[in-house]
Design a binder for this molecule. Structure first.
Ligand SMILES: Cc1ncc(COP(=O)(O)O)c(C=O)c1O
Length: 392
């Protein structure tokens, strides 16, 4: 049977990792992979995570199954982290998931039973469309980004959402849009909420980078606002980045219902989707997150560590825009300073991205996405010079 199979197209980021690893050049720069890096280029285990792991090792008494929705204490802690204390918590139900991807898979799998079409921003994280397709959604892309200004093309986005059919699902990035770094402002979120309500659209908010934009509380604003306005909503969240526990596969899915009863039924339906794929979520990362968030001192330490990561990213954004300003004598790259999170599109073609790789040992995704945290401060100027050179 297998002789009829064809290999799927190579994953662009995984191919990039392999090419980078095989490159013998000193001073090579990896701006491809979406993981945070510290000033030494490492993706460290946070001290708060290490301490929580130590405590877990000492206190864990069993590894018996947790249940399909995971650990209620983890769910409660992450729900408060994302939704704050004032949310309609009675109408909210949570599930622990294998990463943000697991949360997306089960919320989309659930939503695909209610709706046919999912609207995704153009561009978006590649796995959004891939997961949506795998659960049977028809995908519609809505315009999101204006490459000329490096910001959200809000009028085009609004016009597209206004044309969506009742019952369609709209995927939104809660903060730190991947790959553009261009986020909606508060007024724009308010306008989006009005369209969602008026057109009876179901929001699915993906929040994978809380704390990497303007701060933990600030980055939760969009989800909190929508939860206060919308009758129903789905949220897929990830602990991979802000806890630095990428490989421990930790995330959470949330469903907001019109009533507590409807939310409970929706959660039970989402549990059916989980049960028939991975059954139950992995525990280790979620236990670590729970230990951190339930302990005031450890939580404060973690918040400081997130703030350090955030400041490194915003500092690099500032340094990059300033270096581009000096080099190009223009404000064409000021958008880097105004964008949020780890990613931005640097505005190179596929051929120019290849040149950056081949001539300058700078690895970035072919669409021109750079992981800002992949840069060291002392590489900013050479990076800017290389970009300006290949763009001619
Ligand atoms: C926008 C977005 N959503 C969700 C995820 C999922 O992250 P994970 O499954 O590793 O938690 C990512 C990871 O890169 C992402 O960029």
């Amino acid at each position: 049977m297998f002789e009829t199979l064809q290999a799927p197209p190579a994953d662009k980021i995984l191919s990039l990792i392999a090419a980078y690893a095989a490159d013998p050049r000193e001073g090579k720069v990896d701006l491809g992979v979406g993981v945070y890096r510290d000033p030494t280029g490492a993706t460290p285990i946070l001290a708060s995570v290490r301490e929580a792991e130590r405590r877990l090792l000492e206190t864990q008494k069993t590894k018996a199954y947790l249940g399909i929705a995971g650990d209620p204490a983890f769910c409660k802690a992450v729900q408060t982290l994302i939704f704050g204390t004032d949310a309609p918590h009675d109408r909210l139900k949570a599930l622990q998931t294998p990463g943000g991807s697991g949360a997306l898979a089960i919320t989309m799998g659930f939503a695909a039973k209610l709706s046919q079409r999912l609207h995704i921003p153009s561009p978006s994280w590649g796995n959004h469309a891939a997961i949506a397709r795998s659960v049977g959604f028809e995908i519609v892309q809505y315009p999101y980004y204006d490459a000329a200004t490096g910001s959200v093309n809000f009028s085009a986005m609004k016009a597209a959402l206004e044309k969506a059919a009742e019952g369609d699902v709209i995927l939104l990035h809660g903060c730190c849009h991947n790959p553009t770094g261009a986020d909606l402002n508060k007024d724009q979120w308010a306008e989006v909420a009005e369209i969602l309500i008026a057109r009876k659209l179901l929001a699915l908010v993906d929040i994978a980078y809380q704390g990497f934009g303007d701060g933990l509380e600030e980055d939760g604003w969009s989800v909190r606002y929508l939860a206060g306005r919308l009758p129903e909503m789905l949220v897929a969240s990830s602990c991979s980045k802000n806890f630095g526990i990428y490989r421990d596969r930790t995330g959470a899915a949330f469903v907001l219902g019109k009533t507590a009863e409807e939310a409970a039924v929706a959660q039970a339906q989402i549990m059916v989707v989980a049960r028939t794929s991975y059954s139950m979520p992995p525990d280790h990362g979620a236990a670590v997150v729970r230990i951190i968030l339930e302990d005031e001192a450890l939580a404060a330490q973690w918040r400081d560590e997130v703030e350090t990561m955030r400041q490194r990213i915003t500092g690099l954004r500032k340094a990059l825009s300033e270096a581009f300003r000096l080099r190009t004598n223009s404000n064409a790259y000021d958008f880097l300073m105004e964008s949020r999170g780890m990613f931005s599109l640097i505005g190179v073609t596929e051929a120019q991205a290849r040149r950056l790789r081949e001539e300058f040992a700078i690895y970035l995704v072919d669409d021109g996405r750079i992981n800002i945290a992949g840069l060291r401060e002392d590489q900013v100027e050479t990076f800017v010079e290389a970009v300006v050179t290949v763009k001619g």
